[in-house]
Write a protein that binds this ligand. Structure first.
Ligand code: SF4
Length: 381
């Protein structure tokens, strides 16, 4: 497993550029422009730089996707923007509501690739209602975690910044509500699409009326160690969640091929560095599998891990992916019993580790990572 294969990456980017030319018909994706890039472009058009701020204000803060309605811009410029840019480069393909309030949305991108996003049921936090959207950063995923449906799709391509921000804008439009929190925990590994994801974070937090504040953004990674250190240095710091799922290298390598590249010790060094630089607590995600990672010894090791810097643990009951016909270790994975789950969580809590049990939201509509897209692809074949 290579963290980054430059040749493959270059080829993929070249393919993307060709694709972009073909599907965009010469238009530009507005959401691919950072404020300074938009200023430079508008300057080339002979416009003062502040017009870029007005354009972004209309597009992001006021959610005006018909750019001709941004009336702070002069009429001719509005028209030119509408002709030059695509504001929302994705559309809803299907939407499913679960009984627990989860909404799962499958989204089609301009080249036909499909990704999914999930609105997690409302939660109350500090007296305010939290509406969280889980968004995707890649179509498919190259990392091949054995318990994950997205892994079956392999990597199709990285998403553009505009497609990442676009998921937020589209979700608000179709749900008819404002989203307050974002988690980068949908399809794909966000830190393998680093530039686009960090640019999306900049755009989402831009201006005096940001789409979402940095405090309310969580990035979840399978553990791309050098990229975690790099993320720590970014001017906008987000919450970091690490998909751990095992407390020994031996098991983690079996569950998550990426663990063959970096050990748990290296991952924890990166998490500690992230905490030291950003002062933000770390979250460990831990899917509980029956008699695989749910023993007392696992709980004790997890406590040691979570004590290293201020951290919390999300324990997630496993839900089998029954339509993927898993083989090998994947076929043996079973959910831990309610009793074992309770005992595991108790051990963590007794040791003083803030621990939440996170349900795999909307299991009745296949809301686990990648399952809706996979189900859709299988039925359309
Ligand atoms: S769990 Fe996440 S990182 Fe692992 S294969 Fe699935 S999408 Fe990729």
């Amino acid at each position: 497993m290579h963290y980054r294969d430059a040749a493959t990456d270059d080829k993929r980017q070249a393919k993307m550029r060709t694709l972009a030319r073909d599907v965009l018909g010469g238009k530009l994706l507005l959401g691919n422009f950072l404020p300074e890039q938009l200023e430079a472009l508008l300057e080339q058009w002979g416009q003062p730089r502040y017009r870029a701020q007005q354009l972004l204000q209309g597009y992001l803060a006021e959610r005006r996707f018909d750019l001709r309605t941004i009336t702070t811009l002069p009429g001719a410029l509005r028209q030119r923007c509408a002709e030059a840019f695509i504001a929302l480069p994705l559309e809803l393909s299907s939407m499913k509501h679960a009984t627990d309030g989860t909404v799962k949305m499958l989204v089609r991108l301009l080249d036909g690739a499909q990704v999914e996003m999930v609105r997690i049921p409302r939660e109350m936090q500090s007296g305010r209602s939290r509406r969280t959207l889980c968004i995707s950063t890649q179509a498919g995923c190259p990392l091949g975690c054995v318990f994950c449906a997205t892994a079956t799709l392999k990597l199709q391509r990285n998403l553009e910044t505009a497609e990442i921000v676009g998921q937020f804008l589209l979700a608000e439009q179709v749900l008819g509500e404002r989203i307050t929190n974002v988690v980068f925990m949908g399809m794909g590994e966000p830190l393998l699409n680093y530039e686009a994801v960090t640019a999306a974070i900049r755009l989402m937090t831009w201006g005096t009326q940001p789409l979402v504040t940095p405090r309310h953004i969580t990035l979840s990674t399978a553990g791309i160690v050098p990229a975690i250190a790099r993320l720590a240095e970014e001017p906008i710091s987000v919450k970091l969640a690490i998909s751990l799922h095992a407390t020994t290298d031996e098991l983690r390598r079996r569950l998550m091929p990426i663990a063959r590249r970096w050990s748990i010790a290296e991952l924890l060094d990166a998490a500690e560095y992230y905490y030291r630089v950003t002062k933000r607590d770390i979250t460990y995600e831990y899917i509980l599998f029956d008699r695989l990672n749910d023993s007392e010894a696992d709980a004790r090791r997890l406590v040691r891990i979570a004590r290293r810097v201020p951290s919390k643990v999300n324990v997630i009951p496993f839900h089998p992916i029954d339509f993927t016909h898993p083989s090998g270790l994947a076929a043996e994975l079973r959910p831990a019993s309610g009793e074992r789950l309770k005992a595991f969580v108790e051990m963590l809590r007794r040791a003083g580790i803030p621990t939440m049990v996170r349900s795999s939201s909307g299991i009745d509509i296949a809301a686990a990572c990648g399952q809706l897209a996979l189900a859709e692809l299988k039925t359309s074949r």
